[in-house]
Design a binder for this molecule. Sequence first.
Ligand SMILES: Nc1ncnc2c1ncn2[C@@H]1O[C@H](COP(=O)(O)OP(=O)(O)OP(=O)(O)O)[C@@H](O)[C@H]1O
Ligand SMILES: N[C@@H](CCO)C(=O)O
Length: 293
Amino acid sequence: MIISVPATSANLGPGFDTLGLSVDLRNRVEFKPSRFFSVSIKGEGESNPRLKGNNMFVSIFNEHYQRLTHKKQNFKFQFYNSIPLSRGLGSSSAVIVSAIATAHEAAGVRVSKRRILNHALVYESHPDNITPAVMGGFNVATVEKNKVFSQKKHLPDYLRAVVVIPDKPISTAKSRTTLPKSYSKENAVFNVSHAALTVAAFFNEDWEMLKIATQDRFHQKARMKMMPELFTIQKTAYEQGALMSTLSGSGSTFFSLCYDEDAAGLAARLEQRFPQFAVKILNLDNHGLTVER
Ligand SMILES: Nc1ncnc2c1ncn2[C@@H]1O[C@H](COP(=O)(O)OP(=O)(O)OP(=O)(O)O)[C@@H](O)[C@H]1O
Ligand SMILES: N[C@@H](CCO)C(=O)O
């Protein structure tokens, strides 16, 4: 059995802590009961000694397995990770969601995606990554009384994501501390109106609206200043036909959306200008969390 969760790009410009979509770059985990606990990692994080022991996945898994079965059991976990850590592609959400889903599978307890999402909220209080990680597609989400309320839009297959993944990580927790404590009414209105327009553009598939709609005054500038090349990535992406180009989550990845026919040209230009960074063309994802039996 393989539990698989996609990477996600959150905020999408003005939708701070609210908007996110999933892309077809997945972490997969296989597990089986075993006499001894063991973790084996292939791909992202495989050389990180912190992940070999009681990492975030294992502690969340154990918490839920215990809750569901009241039993102690060791497992052998095999991880195949494609989502880079602390790069703004929702690596922590993917781990949280896969740990909760794996614990339910291991315990033989059927559970809805909506419940998994609400469990995930305990570990990540903003719903913009965990929602698309579970549901797939484009999502708008909010939290009320410890529950996620969200709406999903299926994404068409003629769009591509082009992501530029810098070599340096940005920790979400740290980068949140650099943001302003409050915003002026003018900037709040700017972000509310742009986030609302972004949602409408996605639901109406008005892709040409996104360049205007995805402007932000809440978080991007402050975060991008930590890695000024990100401003040039955004400018280059727009010159090369990107429909939108925004900081992915808290960074450091930059996310651009474009038509399939423009993706190769956009990626080639970004690779040429930023040879030190990884550039990937990704399909969008509409499945979210999957369990392959
Ligand atoms: N494959 C993994 N296995 C175990 N823990 C992981 C894994 N991937 C990420 N993590 C945990 O999540 C942390 C990264 O979370 P962080 O929120 O900073 O980045 P992110 O989720 O990649 O970015 P963003 O939230 O901006 O999209 C890592 O330091 C690690 O503790
Ligand atoms: N909304 C979150 C996404 C990253 O987890 C942030 O910008 O901090």
